[in-house]
Design a protein around this ligand. Structure first.
Ligand code: DEZ
Ligand code: MG
Length: 303
């Protein structure tokens, strides 16, 4: 038995739950889709919520895509959306660096371990950056690299931050650059530290797994700016003027999405079982992170 209420098939319970909220914060991977495969009923459920005048915000930890990239994905999936409804961990990290950390220029340059989504969002906040998708880094490390990192001749003196995210092109050379900047005093940030990535209806290495070599070598954890970080929730509240009590977080992962909603004091959290979390993880009276309600898949909200 779970403290969370099971709503699949409970038409009345669904209607009552949805009526409690004006805004739904939607996680993406594992809730709307698995990679490019949209779950059945997703499009219709989002349309139903919009027809009820609910406001939707797409809050993803996937930092490989920018807000504009997600808008293109929504368009490709046939999901009506506005780019301003997307708030990803890459954007969350970019505004943290530019508006909260605010290192004095020129020492505010970011070394990126990640994909173009991070670079695009740093550009949107006029934050200088290196690394990332630089093709010159997609090769084996050489003795000259070791020597150049050691004597500093390969280092950019303006790098003040290392930002780690999901990187499908990670290698020893990129990690060696990031590690050396950390040892030189750079601030250690992460877009998110999800251990796994839901993809093709199974799990692969997530951003947290990609950045873990740095954590092991450097001996310190990064400050993560994605879910469950409340810096992200505060930024979302500020941008969308949330009434937290009338806001619900919809997610597939207990230690990011549901924890994000609970720690953010939202009116409710809804777990779907199409992503990372399995039903057994919310069963039993001893579980710490438990959603308000759960369904097998998002489309079950259609009743
Ligand atoms: O490893 C990652 O970055 C995450 O698994 C992934 O991107 C999660 O995306 P979300 O479920 O927050 O949309
Ligand atoms: Mg997810």
């Amino acid at each position: 038995m779970s403290r969370a209420k099971y709503l699949t098939g409970d038409k009345e319970g669904i209607e009552e739950f949805l009526a409690r909220f004006d805004t739904f914060l939607f996680d993406c991977d594992g809730v709307l889709w698995s990679g490019d495969h949209m779950f059945p009923g997703t499009k219709e459920t989002l349309e139903m919520l919009r027809a009820k005048d609910k406001r939707l915000v797409f809050v993803t930890n996937n930092s490989t895509k920018s807000r504009a990239d997600y808008k293109k994905k929504f368009d490709k999936m046939g999901i009506p959306s506005d780019v301003e409804e997307v708030f990803g961990s890459a954007y969350s990290a970019a505004i943290y660096v530019s508006r909260i950390l605010k290192l004095p220029s020129p020492k505010n340059k970011v070394y990126v371990l990640g994909e173009a989504g991070i670079e695009t969002e740093l550009d949107s906040e006029n934050v200088p950056h290196i690394g990332g998708t630089d093709p010159s880094l997609r090769r084996d490390i050489t003795q000259a690299d070791f020597d150049g990192l050691a004597d500093g001749s390969l280092l950019d003196p303006d790098v003040g931050v290392v930002l780690s995210g999901l990187d499908f092109h990670v290698n020893y050379l990129k990690l060696a650059h990031a590690f050396t900047y950390l040892r030189k005093g750079a601030v250690f940030l992460a877009t998110n530290t999800d251990s796994t990535l839901p993809m093709s209806h199974t799990l692969f290495l997530g951003a947290g797994a990609i950045g873990s070599p740095l954590v092991t070598a450097y001996g310190k954890d990064p400050v993560a700016l994605g879910k469950p970080s409340q810096a992200m929730m505060d930024a979302i509240e500020g941008k969308f003027k949330l009434d937290r009590n009338r806001t619900c977080m919809v997610g597939d992962r207990l230690n990011t999405d549901i924890q994000f909603g609970i720690e953010g004091g939202l009116g409710g959290t809804l777990l779907v079982l199409t992503g990372v979390t399995q039903k057994e993880e919310i069963m039993g009276e001893d579980k710490v992170v438990v959603p308000s309600v759960y369904v097998d898949k998002l489309g079950d909200l259609l009743g």
